[in-house]
Design a protein around this ligand. Structure first.
Ligand SMILES: Cc1cc2nc3c(=O)[nH]c(=O)nc-3n(C[C@H](O)[C@H](O)[C@H](O)COP(=O)(O)OP(=O)(O)OC[C@H]3O[C@@H](n4cnc5c(N)ncnc54)[C@H](O)[C@@H]3O)c2cc1C
Length: 488
């Protein structure tokens, strides 16, 4: 997007006059920290706006619209695709300070501002005996606005679905600063187009969310965690199919391939089984009432007898927490295999999971890079972690080749290139692999109709961006697991 520097300068000084220096930052550490997200792709931009109210959001958008200044909305900046990085400069609109949460117990709903942190929302719901299931691993930091804009997932999607399944209504602003409300604190609406669902997963390109009505469920009475080791990756994946086919509905069914288990066991020193090591694992969680869990325990133990090499169930919360260590630690431990990680959250249908395991072996052989893979086996959303050293040009170009190959492979297997992280910048070169020209044209028509000036998060999703030339900046991020690894 081409912007006029004079217009941007005039717009920024008017913004500063309207909102004041406590909300608008044209320099300093705070501004720098908002120049990138979890992808560490950093860009120059003119001003950071730390909005405290809807009025601040509206003022920002009205001015941006008048002066045609790009606006990249931002929550916690945990996006792994560069979707919150201001690639076209302009302004970054940070909504993380708008964090009020109201629990409406009688309606089983939460009313949350966009900056509310997911972990805090979950805790508040639990205090009222309620439950907000979407659980991205970044939940200690990431926000309601960011989760809705990325349609975030997590481990519990196996049973409960993704963020979209919990959004009842949205309130916010169109790029021109007009306020809009899509739905309300009611469960049904059939009143015109459902723009709410267009905003979900649109990565901040269609509107700015300032309030969300979210669905809550009754808090499950109990949870039960277990882990199973398998003789091979294929056997583990066959066991997944068998469990789902039998009608069992785990709340979590996480798969760790052999390379991920190696990272957890040999690098991080977490060994779920004393006698069986180095084998692929499934981590399994069920939740529900005591009688539901009694039935599940019986069926799972029988299933494990048929399929697993070893099986272990937690007897209490403490033991359950220990079982999760293997999943928690494997991700950080991967950095021993390569300085840099491309975490590709691809999806394949259940029937293609075995083929995917073969394909990952093929990719490892061709591109000669470690690719520990784990993920949400019940919904086919796997995280293929391509480990490499960006400073090594050979490894860097092999990583590029591997990603390209992987994207084409998952589409060939009937899957898609992102299940929960979105497209942003990192996956924009591959959109055309996953979607047809007609589909992209339809999406662009919507974008152009709702954002005719093209000011909201320009340069994302549709516009192939060359991430390979960008040297990510070196800043320790709070969720960066490297220090944990060094301590152990
Ligand atoms: C360690 C780690 C683990 C992760 N695990 C998971 C996981 O398990 N599952 C998962 O799905 N993701 C995961 N992620 C990715 C990331 O946390 C999610 O994409 C999350 O939804 C981003 O939320 P955020 O508040 O950080 O948003 P940001 O990164 O700030 O922004 C993300 C997108 O949302 C838009 N946006 C933000 N606020 C608004 C708003 N108010 N209105 C409109 N648009 C807005 C931005 O423009 C941008 O396009 C992980 C990331 C990290 C670093």
């Amino acid at each position: 997007m081409k912007t006029n520097p004079n217009r941007r300068k005039k717009g920024t000084s008017e913004l500063l006059k309207s909102l004041g220096p406590r909300k608008v930052f044209r320099e300093g550490a705070r501004k720098f920290m908002a120049s990138f997200d979890g992808s560490k792709l950093s860009f120059e931009y003119d001003a950071l706006i730390r909005a405290r109210s809807e009025k601040d959001v509206q003022t920002t958008l009205r001015l941006a619209n008048r002066y045609r200044i790009p606006v990249t909305t931002r929550g916690a900046g945990t996006s792994l695709t560069g979707s919150a990085s201001p690639v076209n400069g302009g302004w970054v609109l940070d909504t993380s300070r708008m964090k009020r949460i109201l629990i409406r117990k009688e309606k089983s709903m939460a009313i949350a501002q966009p900056g509310a942190v997911i972990g805090v929302l979950q805790k508040k719901a639990e205090e009222e005996g309620l439950f907000y299931p979407p659980d991205p691993s970044s939940l200690k930091y990431c926000t309601v606005g960011g989760n809705i804009a990325c349609n975030a997932g997590g481990m519990r999607c196996a049973k409960y679905g993704v963020t979209r399944d919990f959004v009842v209504a949205l309130e916010g602003f169109l790029p021109n600063g007009e306020k809009v409300t899509w739905g309300g604190e009611y469960k049904k609406f059939a009143t015109g187009y459902n723009v709410r669902d267009l905003w979900i997963g649109s990565e901040g390109t269609l509107g700015v969310i300032t309030n969300a009505v979210l669905k809550l469920l009754p808090k499950p009475e109990l949870t039960w965690t277990s882990v199973a080791a398998f003789s091979s990756e294929k056997r583990a994946l066959r066991a997944v199919r068998s469990m789902l086919k039998s009608g069992l509905t785990p709340s979590i069914l996480e798969y760790l391939d052999q390379e991920s288990v190696y990272c957890a066991e040999e690098i991080a020193g977490i060994r779920p089984f004393k006698k069986v090591g180095g084998k692929p694992l499934l981590l399994i969680e069920f939740d529900g009432s005591a009688s539901e869990l009694r039935r599940a325990k019986w069926s799972v133990k029988k299933w494990a007898d048929d399929w697993a090499l070893a099986f272990k169930a937690a007897r209490d919360e403490n033991e359950a927490d220990n079982l999760w260590e293997v999943r928690r630690k494997c991700s950080g431990a991967m950095f021993a295999l390569g300085e840099d990680k491309l975490n590709e959250d691809i999806v394949v249908p259940l029937e293609s999971q075995l083929k995917l395991s073969d394909e990952i072996k093929r990719l490892r052989n061709i591109w000669k890079l470690p690719m520990p893979t784990f993920g949400h086996a019940a919904d086919g959303n796997f995280h293929v972690n391509i480990m490499f050293d960006r400073a090594d040009s050979g490894e860097s170009s092999r990583a590029e080749g591997a990603v390209n190959d992987l994207m084409r492979t998952v589409v060939r297997l009937g899957g898609t290139i992102s299940g929960e992280h979105g497209i942003g910048l990192a996956k924009s070169p591959f959109l055309r692999i996953a979607r047809s020209e007609a589909e992209i044209a339809a999406m662009l028509a919507i974008k152009n109709a709702l954002d005719p000036q093209g000011i909201l998060n320009p340069g994302k999703v549709f516009y192939p961006y060359e991430v390979w030339d960008e040297t990510p900046i070196s800043v320790p991020l709070p969720w960066d697991k490297k220090p944990i690894l060094k301590e152990s």
